[in-house]
Design a protein around this ligand. Sequence first.
Ligand code: ATP
Ligand code: MG
Length: 140
Amino acid sequence: MAIERTLTIIKPDAAGASHIGEIITELERAGFHILAMRKMHLSRAQAEGFYAVHRDRPFFESLVTFMTEGEIVPMALERENAISALRELMGPTNASEAPAGTIRGKFGTSIERNAIHGSDAPETAAVELAFFFSRLELDR
Ligand code: ATP
Ligand code: MG
């Protein structure tokens, strides 16, 4: 295991329901260090670009509408084994099936409105971190 970086996003459902602080507390309690953080509202083109890998899926248009409905909080996180540790803390994609102890179990409501994003592999983490943050913000 090694120290890794990953990209998380508090999605518009959780940010809009004032759960930003609680989710950050869960991340910090789980040992994640916040390297960089921002609060922003994605344009449709930006959301389409971020989720481009899903553009042929039937849920793509709805996903882009959801991700642009309000403000989001992207964060660059660092921890031992950060990518898989975050995915475990988040819980499964379908929040209605997520264990109660997971972030999606606590703050998500459906397969789409699932409160939080986490990168799924080192390659996607690198691309996603660079999507939201500059080298100036990430170089340590
Ligand atoms: P994320 O990439 O946001 O961390 P994930 O890796 O668990 O989530 P993906 O398969 O990458 O899941 O899907 C990206 C997002 O698209 C999901 O988090 C969810 O918001 C939405 N989504 C996925 N599958 C569906 C579906 N069947 N119906 C509606 N929305 C979906
Ligand atoms: Mg994914």
